[in-house]
Design a protein around this ligand. Structure first.
Ligand code: G3I
Length: 321
């Protein structure tokens, strides 16, 4: 996929989310990955809960190992993520914020986290989700009142963005959100948040539109709506990453393959859209686990048991292959 894309847009990145385990231990999988993708997003390894289990303690080993693999295979790395309600260690979630003195002390701890992490990875990340899923779940348009919000107030994305910029002025910063792939109130809120963050001294280059399609019947992403979306962000001077596209389908149908190809090709044709990432590669290593932690073997990815799916073929065709 990356090689096909490079024929017309050499700068355009096609990536996938990945964990270190399969990439380092399963040669066939590594070949599938490296043979198709030019970029990777660590699926979990750079989330705060994995990087800092205790305050002031950092466990960079897995993320560093992933970066070593990426560099040896010449894959660009998208960092994921700094401020994310769902993936914080408990020390971070539990920082006190009741009084001004507490907020000051907690602010120091949070900024220290940002600075330590971004300085550690400096020069090795092409881009980074500085804020992930800022809005209330279930299509909300208000900011989640997480620890970042409680300590810094509604301007917290600008505070985080400035701290990231200070530690690594070259990393391209993104705000990443789900359910904002097509025009509507949530997309309006995301656009406004990105612009407002920059108006307050932030350094946001663009937004990540996740593109999770859980039900092809109700939340497929129509080409026209995505095209309109990309034009909107472009007009506002913002770049777009399709950051986590995956299309759930119990059967592995032609409609699923067409949806994958439609999202990729719409992004690829828009100068505002700088990269496309799919959230997983092969059903053998997927993120769909049930409440008991059992792997759900769906047909949701571009490889299935090591073999290319119709989705991968459709994506190749969409890129002119
Ligand atoms: O590594 C621990 C393991 O030590 C522990 O024994 C086990 C018990 O629960 O948990 C393991 O961690 C799990 C981790 O995946 C790694 O497998 C977490 O519980 C589990 O919550 C985590 O799920 C991830 C989820 O984000 C939550 O952070 C998924 O893999 C990951 O695909 C998913 O990705 C998110 C993006 O970051 C943001 N957008 C939505 C996307 C899908 O939900």
């Amino acid at each position: 996929l990356q090689a096909l894309a490079a024929r017309t847009r050499p700068e355009f990145l096609i990536g996938a989310a990945v964990a270190l385990g399969p990439l380092a231990s399963d040669l066939d999988y590594a070949r599938e990955f490296v043979g198709n993708f030019g970029a990777l997003t660590p699926e979990n390894a750079m989330k705060p809960q994995f990087l800092s289990p205790r305050q002031g303690v950092y466990t960079f080993e897995e993320a560093d190992a992933l970066l070593d693999v990426a560099e040896s295979k010449q894959l660009a790395v998208h960092g994921h993520t700094i401020a994310f309600s769902e993936a914080m260690p408990s020390w971070m979630q539990e920082l006190p914020s009741g009084s001004e003195a507490e907020r000051e002390e907690s602010a120091e701890a949070l900024i220290d986290y940002v600075t330590t992490v971004v300085t550690h990875f400096r020069g090795r990340l092409a881009s980074l989700d500085v804020v992930n899923e800022p809005f209330d779940v279930d299509q909300g348009t208000g900011l989640q009142q997480n620890i970042w919000y409680r300590v810094f107030g509604p301007d917290y994305p600008a505070v985080v963005s400035r701290a990231v910029h200070e530690a690594d002025p070259d990393v391209a910063q993104f705000i990443n959100e789900n359910g904002a792939d097509v025009p509507g109130p949530r997309q309006d809120a995301l656009l406004e948040l990105a612009l407002e963050t920059n108006a307050r001294g932030g350094h946001i280059e663009g937004v990540g539109l996740q593109g999770h399609v859980y039900d092809l019947g109700t939340d497929a992403i129509p080409v026209e709506a995505l095209t309109e979306t990309l034009t909107r962000f472009d007009d506002a001077g913002l770049r777009v990453r399709i950051s986590e596209n995956d299309v759930t389908d119990e059967e592995g149908t032609r409609v699923q393959a067409e949806q994958y190809a439609a999202v990729l090709s719409t992004c690829f044709r828009s100068p505002a859209c700088v990269s496309y990432t799919t959230w997983g590669v092969d059903n053998r290593y997927n993120w769909w686990v049930d409440d008991d932690g059992e792997l759900q073997q769906g047909h949701d990815f571009v490889f299935e048991d090591g073999k290319p799916t119709p989705a991968l073929e459709a994506m190749r065709r969409a890129l002119g292959g």
